[in-house]
Design a protein around this ligand. Structure first.
Ligand code: ADP
Length: 397
């Protein structure tokens, strides 16, 4: 069957049409600047990208343009919309309500709306995409796949914050974790690659992209993860601060005369490796700057790697050991220098880095630890769209 995978943000929408039998991408692209002016990027498999500037005042119009492109006589991937059998939506926050993907109906939409508080920028935008698709494809089944669902198996010891318990009871303030679709996909895939039962392994997944998080997956279940109530906690990221002393908030607000919400913008958008380096959030730019002598860029890269290594250590402790470490997402899949630096901290676990394989691994599956390592380390490309497609098929078939 053909599944349209939709990831809808407030002003953009990414899509892929996937044939679930062959797991091949028939077409993909994105709509940008929805509500501002509008630009459609569309690419049929095997052809060049097409760019179309056209007004997209609403998400419904954006999705209509995607559907028109998919059935376009010349470059369409399908002949008619009846060839779209299901739609899989990425939904960011499912709170404690959703511990797995589900077929979208009115009750599910209501449940997601109840979690809007926890992800005010993402959930409402996701739902706009769901509603627009429902209006344009009223008879096509839709599935919601939550970023938080995979982490719902965490025990209370891992998800409770050291705050008055009533904040958890009244407001559901707790660790939720994100990138769940990726952590789930990569942990299962690495078990296959290692050739062992998923349920018998202790796996640490390092999802290192612009947003970055680590998860501990023990016997097939997530037991801890570095992101929290929001994706701001945990690792140092492209522009997010990750963990810090909460008192810094008030301290800087007073010094710089900022409101809490302005300070949160700083923590989300102007911090992380970009904030430290003053150069960029992109590791390619940081590496180039560090190589030409920029010390702050070098510090940003080192601090990033150090934090990842600290989380790996923490999760090895949390699981009383680790069998496999997997690197994924933009940095994890491509940046051999970052992987080498992180691995440099992990000798105590009995891991050796196969420098040669590590150096030449960019975006492919590969074991980058030495054959005699006690713990295996792998690079495993993530594929959240394919994971959403699989979940969708499993629920609508
Ligand atoms: P997100 O989905 O969170 O936006 P990605 O997983 O796409 O992030 O990762 C994007 C980041 O990956 C870029 O900001 C960059 O730092 C890093 N990256 C991508 N390609 C490379 C590369 N070839 N070498 C080093 N870093 C890379």
């Amino acid at each position: 069957m053909n599944v349209l995978v939709v990831n809808c943000g407030s002003s953009s929408l990414k899509y892929q049409l996937i044939n679930s039998d062959t797991e091949s991408v028939l077409a993909k692209g994105l709509c940008e600047r929805i509500g501002i002016d509008g630009r459609l990027v569309y690419q049929k498999a095997g052809l060049d990208k097409e760019f179309t500037e056209a007004p997209m005042p609403t998400h419904k119009q954006a999705i209509q343009m995607v559907l028109d492109a998919l059935v376009n006589e010349k470059t369409g991937a399908i002949k008619s919309l009846s060839e779209i059998d299901a739609v899989g939506h990425r939904l960011v926050h499912g709170g404690e309500k959703f511990s797995s993907s589900c077929v979208i109906n009115d009750e599910v939409i209501k449940g997601v709306e109840e979690c809007n508080d926890l992800a005010p920028l993402h959930n409402p935008a996701n739902l706009i995409g769901v509603r627009a698709c429902q209006e344009l494809m009223p008879n096509v089944p839709m599935v919601g796949v939550f970023d938080t669902a995979f982490h719902q198996t965490m025990p209370a010891t891992a998800y409770i914050y050291g705050l008055p318990y009533e904040y958890y009871e009244k407001y559901k303030v707790r660790r939720y974790g994100f990138h769940g679709t990726s952590h789930s996909f990569v942990s299962k895939r690495v078990a296959e690659l290692v050739g062992k039962n998923y349920e018998d392994l202790k796996i640490i997944v390092c999802h290192l992209g612009n947003g970055a998080s680590v998860s501990a997956v023990k016997n097939g279940k997530c037991v801890d993860t570095s992101m929290g109530l929001t994706p701001l906690e945990g690792l140092l990221m492209g522009t997010r601060s990750g963990d810090l002393d909460p008192s810094i908030l008030e301290f800087i607000c007073q010094k710089e005369n900022l409101t809490v919400s302005e300070m949160l913008t700083v923590l989300n958008k102007k911090s992380g490796v970009e904030g430290i380096s003053g150069v960029s959030s992109d590791f390619r730019d940081l590496t180039a700057a560090a190589e030409s002598g920029n010390e702050k860029a070098a510090l940003a890269i080192e601090s990033f790697c150090y934090r990842v290594a600290k989380y790996v250590g923490a999760y090895a402790a949390a699981m009383n050991g680790v069998d496999v470490i997997a690197f994924t997402a933009g940095i994890g899949e491509n940046d051999d220098n970052v992987r080498s630096k992180i691995m440099g901290y992990l000798g105590y676990l009995g891991i050796g880095l196969n420098e040669e394989v590590n150096k030449k691994t960019h975006g492919d599956d590969a074991m980058i630890s030495t054959a005699d390592s006690k713990v295996q380390a792998w690079v495993v490309p993530t594929n959240e769209e394919l994971a959403i497609c699989r979940e969708t098929v499993a629920l609508v078939k």
